[in-house]
Design a protein around this ligand. Structure first.
Ligand code: PMP
Ligand code: GLN
Length: 380
């Protein structure tokens, strides 16, 4: 018998619901992956990179051109992030970045605070690395409950994981939140692990603020990004991790024995693409997709408690439709209306029902329309 190393599911909710969608020939708005084409230039850059013989190991910290272009890219943000190459490590995806950040800093028995609801890889990543997760609920509006957070910190607390823009709620933390986080952990051994994979996708004037923007937090944070989300190429599985020189060195101490080197032609292609990529156009494209989704689902018996401020997802309430618990509801909707979503309780450890489900709107308009038509037919 192999002893379990974590308390997560054997199959993630995203794989489970995608399989259920396929089995039922349902429109799959569950797992967060775009179904529209990536920019043709990115495809060409990848083909060129392999023709140009970027086919052997890249340096452990990353392709030098990609690192250089990321320094420039981050300096041009609305809230610029100033970086040296000692602050950046390319990673094979953000999940790996989060796992490796935890592996770098945790000793057996250390506590890590997670703010619920949260992305499903955090808790298993903490547990596999010998840590103990400590759960702190967000407010109903998906804001940080600073009082509860403060009360859960003790001498065993080694890290806090935050996620902004947030999955599943699409909420964006404000500069003021980072000031409060800085005040909470200043002078302590606590490291902030900041999952920032939806950094470029903020809507309606909401602005992304990185933990690395903060003059104090940047010495106590590892910020994690994903090209999969930035460029809608989730299958590329490449991201990057920002940290102080000391934290980056600790991160690389693990990374060099884990992934070591990240896909070389893809890194070269990403470096080339950063030189032509238009952040505003990209943001507008996704904001339009969120608006299109909300418009298409308008008139259905779901409720919108909060419009997504960012990211790929919109949470909708179903309290006017069914008494079922959210997981049962998501299964029922897939089997009967042929539209698949993710139950929001999947983002909690000990909550079985939220009366809400999450839909992915990073889809072609025809896909969203197909889902809306099926639901309109079903609920008429
Ligand atoms: N964090 C969050 C909040 C996510 O939604 C995802 C899902 N894509 C990830 C991390 C993982 O990103 P990647 O595919 O780059 O590992
Ligand atoms: N990040 C994706 C989501 O939230 C899922 C990735 C996965 O399948 N693990 O839907």
């Amino acid at each position: 018998m192999i002893k379990r190393k974590h308390s997560g599911s054997d199959l993630t909710i995203f794989s489970e619901m995608t399989a259920l969608a396929l089995k039922n020939f349902a429109v799959n708005l569950s797992q967060g992956f775009p179904d529209f084409e990536i920019d043709g230039r990115l495809k060409s850059f990848l083909a060129n990179a392999t023709q140009q013989d970027f086919n052997q190991y890249a340096p452990m910290s990353g392709n030098p051109l990609l690192v250089e272009n990321l320094i420039e890219f981050n300096a041009k943000r609305k809230f610029p992030i100033t970086l040296a190459k000692e602050n950046i490590t390319i990673s094979p995806g953000a999940s790996y970045g989060i796992f490796t950040a935890l592996a770098a800093i945790l000793q057996f028995g250390d506590e890590v605070i997670v703010l619920e609801p949260c992305y499903d890889s955090y808790v298993p990543s903490i547990e596999i690395n010998g840590g103990t997760p400590v759960f702190v609920g967000m407010t109903e509006d998906f804001e940080i409950d600073f009082e509860a957070l403060k009360n859960s910190i003790n001498h065993r607390t080694r890290a806090i994981i935050i996620n902004s823009p947030h999955n599943p709620s699409g909420k964006v933390l404000k500069e003021e939140d980072f000031h409060r986080l800085a005040a909470l952990i200043e002078g302590s051994q606590i490291i902030l692990i900041s999952d920032e994979v939806y950094d470029l996708l903020t809507y309606d004037g909401h602005e992304f603020y990185s933990a690395f923007n903060h003059p104090k937090l940047k010495d106590q944070s590892l910020s994690i990004f994903s090209f999969g989300k930035m460029f809608h190429a989730t299958g590329w599985k490449i991201g990057y991790v920002l940290g102080s020189e000391e934290l980056t060195a600790a991160y690389r101490r693990i990374h060099q024995y884990l992934g070591f080197s990240v896909n070389s032609p893809a890194q070269q292609a990403l470096a080339n693409y950063l030189e032509v990529f238009d952040v505003e156009e990209n943001r507008k494209l996704l904001q339009q997709k969120r608006d299109f989704f909300l418009e298409a689902f308008n008139g259905l018996p779901f409720t919108v408690r909060q419009k997504a401020e960012a990211g790929y997802f919109q949470i909708l309430g179903f309290e006017n439709i069914s008494e079922l618990a959210d997981k049962d509801f998501a299964v029922w909707l897939t089997e009967n209306a042929k539209v698949t979503s993710i139950p929001v309780s999947a983002f909690f450890q000990n909550v079985n029902d939220t009366k809400s489900v999450r839909f992915c709107f990073a889809k072609k308009e025809e896909t969203v329309l197909r889902a809306a038509e099926k639901l309109k037919d079903f609920f008429k």
